[in-house]
Design a binder for this molecule. Structure first.
Ligand code: S3P
Length: 451
């Protein structure tokens, strides 16, 4: 497993002659964060199976402990949270380190903002550079006070509202993190908090709050939906089984499509429609990708996926309406697009510029340095596929300390003619600590390069 302390580790991925087998993907990151935070707001024990033990989620574990919840690990992926109830968060005695995780920072700021306590949040260089006004703007309307650095950057101190007021708020950018922060803050406000969402985003928070007994209603409207949450519920502890993360499954699946002689199976992958845009896009590109056994587990759609080498991929136009449902998958999609025949246009993806890195810029650099033609604009990226010619490789790419960029570069190396190395691959441990061993178990050759 990667040592995340050693973030400057360089990894090299060599051309593969075929990937095969079953990939055991870890638990969903979004659902893992939420299960800990919602569990901490119940009274009693919430048991969790399949928790992702990536650094981002471990930072949420640490934060929940600082707010007074007891969080215990029983075994791999098996955890219990003993919550303190809605409005029961204690004031942390130390600042909250959210590491690299925007989800941890934004959701937890929301969860404490309607409780009369004060907490300071900070993260690593990437997180401290990401926009937080998008979350503090609505939290201030609840009555919280938020003081951060200029441009609303972390470190940020949030003084929770003494008498929180429920709000009605139209989310200005499609973001499940903003929506979730508002819903979590709304839990401790009396009356109804209403979130207006014009473009759908992942709805794990709504599903989970419902499962824990909150009164939450989704009303479809002419221009999107309204989420109505009744405040100050008593949340009942639950047993939660977390589906495998589709955003992590994307890596071995995409690798199988572009590496000859490959066949990779992943079971129990979360297939929430607000997360499955990549799989739709890959099928439109002509991928040999089969979705089987679609079922519902613990309130979320889940399926098994089989991906096989697809020599005749073609470029497609990915519509902007699909962006939120595959927002974290564009880097690896751009790698697949590099092997397709023709042009892949990805539109409406301006949000990629404010992720763990500017992911449009990062992938433009990676692909251009490997002689794959690309074009980009403020909110779009086009990759002109190399088709049968393929990608030569033989480069060292910059991950910009971004886990999804690092993994995308390593997937590119598996299908190129010469190896590709990536710097600072330690960031992979934030979301997918098993990535290297899992890929090597399928037949890849990804190794640390000794300095
Ligand atoms: C997440 C939502 C997305 C996504 C992030 C996880 C979540 O961010 O990029 O990795 O768990 O709510 P935005 O909602 O800000 O787009």
């Amino acid at each position: 497993m990667l040592n995340i302390q050693k973030s400057n580790v360089v990894m090299k991925s060599s051309p593969s002659t075929g990937l095969s087998g079953c990939a055991d993907i870890p638990g969903d990151k979004s659902v893992s964060h939420r299960s800990l935070i919602v569990g901490a707001m119940t009274v009693g024990e919430t048991k969790i199976k399949g928790l992702l033990e990536g650094q981002d989620v471990l930072d949420t574990v640490g934060a929940m402990r600082q707010f007074g919840a007891k969080v215990v690990q029983h075994g791999s992926g098996e955890w219990s949270v003993f919550g303190v109830g809605v409005g029961g968060f204690a004031e942390p005695s130390q600042a909250i380190n959210c590491g690299n995780s925007g989800t941890a920072a934004r959701l937890i700021m929301g969860a404490m903002a309607s409780t009369p306590i004060t907490a300071t949040f900070y993260g690593d260089a990437s997180l401290n550079d990401r926009p937080m006004n998008r979350v503090t703007d609505p939290l201030i309307l609840f009555g919280a006070h938020c003081v951060g650095r200029s441009n609303g950057h972390l470190p940020m101190t949030v003084k929770g509202a003494v008498d929180p007021i429920p709000i009605r708020y139209s989310v200005p950018v499609p973001s499940a993190q903003i929506k979730s922060a508002i819903l979590f803050a709304g839990l401790n406000a009396p009356g109804k908090t209403i979130v207006i969402e014009r473009k759908p985003t992942r709805d794990h928070t709504e599903r989970m709050l419902k499962q824990f007994g909150a009164h939450i209603e989704i009303i479809e409207t002419d221009d999107g939906c309204e989420i109505h949450l009744s405040g100050q519920p008593e949340l009942d502890p639950q047993d939660i089984v977390i589906a495998r993360d589709p955003s992590s499954a994307a890596f071995p699946i995409c690798a199988a499509l572009i590496v000859p002689n490959s066949s990779v199976f992943v079971s129990g992958v979360g297939l929430n429609p607000a997360r499955s845009g990549l799989f739709t896009t890959l099928q439109e590109m002509g991928a040999d990708l089969t979705i089987k056994n679609l079922r519902e587990e613990a309130g979320e759609p889940v399926a098994d996926l089989l991906a096989c080498h697809s020599p005749d991929l073609r470029g497609v136009s990915v519509p902007p309406e699909r962006a939120a449902s595959m927002i974290d998958e564009y880097p690896v999609l751009s790698v697949v697009a590099a092997f397709a025949e023709g042009r892949t246009d990805m539109q409406g993806i301006g949000e990629l510029r404010v992720k763990e890195s500017d992911r449009i810029l990062a992938m433009v650099d990676v692909l251009r340095s490997n002689a794959v033609p690309v074009e980009d604009g403020p909110d779009w990226l086009s990759v002109i596929g190399t088709g049968k010619k393929g990608v030569i490789g033989g480069t060292v790419c910059r991950s910009r300390f971004d886990h999804r960029i690092a993994m995308s570069c390593l997937i590119l190396g598996l299908a190129s003619q010469k190896p590709i190395s990536v710097d600072n691959a330690g960031s992979i441990a934030t979301s997918f600590p098993e990535f290297i061993s899992l890929m090597n178990g399928l037949g890849a050759d990804i190794q640390e390069v000794s300095e």
